[in-house]
Design a protein around this ligand. Structure first.
Ligand code: OAD
Length: 250
C-alpha cells in the first residue's frame, strides 16, 4: 500500500470519469527489473553512453554495435514480466469508457500485461525497420550478417525505436495529443517529465482543464503543477487506487 492514503476526491473523480489518458515512462517497468534508459548500461555495455548509441549517427558509424546493444536490451526485457502497476492499468482500461495509454517505453510490457489501447510514442524494441527506406520490416531471411538486411532494398535494418534527434511517429503523437486535450483525468506515471514532446502532454491536459495526477517516488518538473501528486512506486499505488475506486470495501 502507498504510505499516504489516496485522496478521496481523486477516487471519486476516477470512478466518475469517462475519458482517461495515462502517460507512462521507464519508472513503471522498474519494478519488473527492466533497467531505465539511463541505467541500462551494465556488463559489456558499461563503457558506452546510451545517448551516444541511440542516434542515427551512431548507427551509421557502427551499425553492428548499435544492433547488438538493442539485441541485449531485448534479452533483458524477455526475462522480465509485467508487474502490478501494468496490470492495474489493464483493469483501469476495462472500467473506463474512453481510455488511452500513452507510453514512452519500448519494452512492450503494457501489451504483454493485456492493455489494448496503447500509443507507443518511442516505438518498440521488438520491431525493425529499414534504415534507408524508413519502412517497417516484419521478417527477413536468416543470415550471419549483423544487422540483417532489408528483404526489399538490401539496406541495413535498424530497431523501430525513436532515436535522439528523430521525429516521433506523427499519427501516434497526434492521437496522444488528442487524448491529452480531451481527457477528464490524466495520469503521468514513472516518467521524469523531461523528454519532449511527451513532457508536453500533461500540460496540454492541464490547459484543457483536466485533473492531472502524478505517480512517482521522486519530484519532477511537472510536480508543482499537478492536481494530485502521489509519491511512491507505481506497482503499489496503482493497485491501491483501483481497489479504492472499484472494489467493495466489505
Ligand atoms: P527516466 O529514466 O528519465 O525516468 C524514470 C522515472 O521513473 C523517474 O522520474 C523515477 O523517479 C521514476 N520511477 C522510478 N521507479 C519508479 C516506480 N517504481 N514507480 C514510479 N516511478 C518510478 O525515464 P523516462 O521518463 O521514461 O527516450 O524517459 C523518457 C525518455 O527518455 C525515454 O523514453 C527515452 C529516454 O531518453 C528515447 O529513447 C527517445
Amino acid at each position: 500500500m502507498s504510505e499516504r492514503p489516496i485522496p478521496p476526491e481523486l477516487i471519486d473523480r476516477l470512478r466518475r470519469a469517462h475519458r482517461v489518458a495515462v502517460l507512462t515512462g521507464a519508472g513503471i517497468s522498474a519494478e519488473s527489473g527492466v533497467p531505465t534508459f539511463r541505467e541500462a548500461q551494465t556488463g559489456l555495455w558499461a563503457r558506452y553512453n546510451p545517448e551516444e548509441l541511440a542516434t542515427p549517427d551512431a548507427f551509421q558509424r557502427n551499425p553492428k554495435l548499435v544492433w547488438e546493444w538493442y539485441t541485449w536490451r531485448q534479452q533483458r526485457v524477455r526475462q522480465a514480466e509485467p508487474n502490478a502497476g501494468h496490470r492495474a492499468l489493464v483493469e483501469m482500461e476495462q472500467r473506463i469508457a474512453e481510455f488511452t495509454l500513452i507510453t514512452q517505453n519500448v519494452d512492450g510490457l503494457h501489451r504483454r500485461a493485456g492493455s489494448h489501447q496503447i500509443l507507443e510514442l518511442h516505438g518498440n524494441l521488438f520491431r525493425a525497420k529499414c534504415f534507408s527506406e524508413d519502412r517497417p520490416v516484419e521478417s527477413w531471411p536468416d543470415s550471419e550478417e549483423i544487422p540483417p538486411r532489408c528483404p526489399r532494398c538490401g539496406g541495413l535494418l535498424r530497431p523501430d525505436v525513436v532515436w535522439f534527434g528523430e521525429m516521433l511517429p506523427a499519427a501516434t503523437l497526434r492521437a496522444a495529443e488528442h487524448a491529452a486535450a480531451t481527457a477528464e483525468l490524466f495520469f503521468s506515471i514513472g516518467t521524469s517529465a523531461l523528454v519532449y514532446p511527451a513532457a508536453d502532454l500533461p500540460f496540454a491536459a492541464l490547459n484543457a482543464g483536466a485533473t492531472v495526477v502524478e505517480i512517482n517516488p521522486q519530484p519532477t518538473p511537472l510536480s508543482p503543477h499537478v492536481t494530485f501528486s502521489l509519491n511512491g512506486a507505481a506497482g503499489q499505488i496503482l493497485p491501491a487506487l483501483i481497489a479504492a475506486a472499484w472494489e467493495p470495501t466489505t
